[in-house]
Design a binder for this molecule. Structure first.
Ligand code: NAP
Length: 338
């Protein structure tokens, strides 16, 4: 089979299209012919060894997101049949309930081979059926960014109709968060560095938009948009560089989903601003296979389609990475696997 392999951690130039032996499904595993994969910000970090000792540094098949169809079943597999369309879960063993470190270490495209290949074996616990309403490309774009947004907005955030949700920037996680917040009837404030992208998030349903470059005090602006009450929920993808503004925007008792560190990982925000105002800081780590199944069902029912920026052929995987690293995308960057 063909696979794209990260031969070394020297950036996307180390990605090579190679031939690899076809994998064979062992006990409890399912052999899947992948039709599509998708990139996330983390995948760009992997190319430069950003996860240090927590990642494989040579000959890694990268990417966690994928979709395709079942080819063969290993011993003891009962939940799937050959020919069924499936979507790959980010965590291969975390089906539901509370995480353990062991469950969180069982992800794809970091320490273990991932989805940028024609054939791959996955755990039975790490796959869900793809709804007919979604194409393979659409399904492949959901497991990491989509489920992170779903977990923050729906599973942990329990966002209610009428809540105000603030989403930062127009990356994969934030656009899904915007879509899911609208799906449950919330009001959405979206930020971006680009006025052109803000026009596009308005078209997706954002009720208010703020350019965080021309308005660096955007937290205060968001507070004003709620009449001084504050927003109920912030999807925090910026991290250190955005946290102070998020704390300005949030209402007492509101929740900040700590998702990303696009604007830095170390912060010196004032702890009393959280304790004295009952703010809930909630770490979000993608989510469970059960959550992925629920999210896909909801997307199918409501006709929610992922925002796809561009689809690259497998042999142009390197260009796909460079496209994400240049920050030119709006929505998901995907790879079609022949
Ligand atoms: N915890 C988890 O489970 C989890 C899961 C998925 C992702 N993440 C993390 O979440 C973050 C986003 O991931 P992603 O895949 O959505 O990334 P992405 O698609 O590459 O998002 C890039 C976008 O983020 C926006 N952005 C960059 N800096 C910003 C800032 N200072 N303030 C506001 N927006 C900013 C930009 O939007 P504009 O161009 O509109 O300005 C940019 O286009 C990353 O740090 C990633 O590692 C965490």
């Amino acid at each position: 089979m063909k696979a794209v392999v990260l031969e070394d951690v020297g950036g996307p130039s180390c990605l090579k299209l190679v031939d690899r032996p076809d994998p064979v499904a062992g006990a409890g595993q399912v052999l899947v012919r992948l039709r599509a994969a998708a990139l996330n910000y983390r995948d760009t970090l992997v190319t430069t060894g950003g996860y240090g000792s927590r990642q494989k540094k040579t000959d890694l098949i990268p990417l966690s997101d994928g979709a395709g169809e079942v080819v063969a079943l290993g011993e003891g597999v009962t939940r799937f049949k050959p020919g069924q369309r499936v979507t790959v879960s980010f965590f291969q063993s975390w089906v539901g309930g509370q995480p353990t470190q062991e469950l969180l270490d069982d992800d794809l495209g970091r320490a273990h081979d991932g989805t940028l290949c024609e054939l791959q074996v996955f755990k039975e616990t790490g796959l869900v059926l793809t709804p007919d309403a979604l194409s393979d490309i659409e399904a492949a774009s959901t497991p990491c960014a989509g489920l992170t947004a779903w977990t923050g907005i729906v599973s942990l955030g329990a966002t209610q109709p009428g809540d105000v949700v603030l989403v930062q920037g127009t990356g994969g996680v934030s656009l899904f968060a915007l879509q899911f917040a609208k799906l449950v009837g919330a009001e959405v404030i979206a930020t971006s560095s680009s006025d052109a992208k803000l026009d596009r998030v308005r078209a997706l349903g954002a009720d208010h938009v703020i350019n965080y470059v021309t308005d660096p005090d955007w937290g205060k602006t968001a507070l004003g948009l709620t009449g001084g009450r504050g927003v109920d929920h912030v999807m925090e993808v910026g991290g250190a560089g955005t946290m102070k503004q998020s704390l300005r925007a949030i209402r007492p008792g509101g929740m900040i989903s700590l998702v990303g560190v696009l604007a830095g990982a170390r912060s010196d925000f004032l702890i009393p601003l959280i304790g004295s105002r009952n703010i809930r800081l909630q770490g979000v780590t993608v989510g469970t296979t059960g959550g992925l199944a629920t999210m896909l069902r909801a997307m199918a029912l409501h006709g929610t389609k992922p925002v796809i920026d561009q689809v690259f052929p497998m042999e142009k995987a390197r260009e796909a990475y460079e496209h994400v690293m240049a920050g030119r995308h709006f929505g998901k960057v995907c790879i079609e696997i022949p």
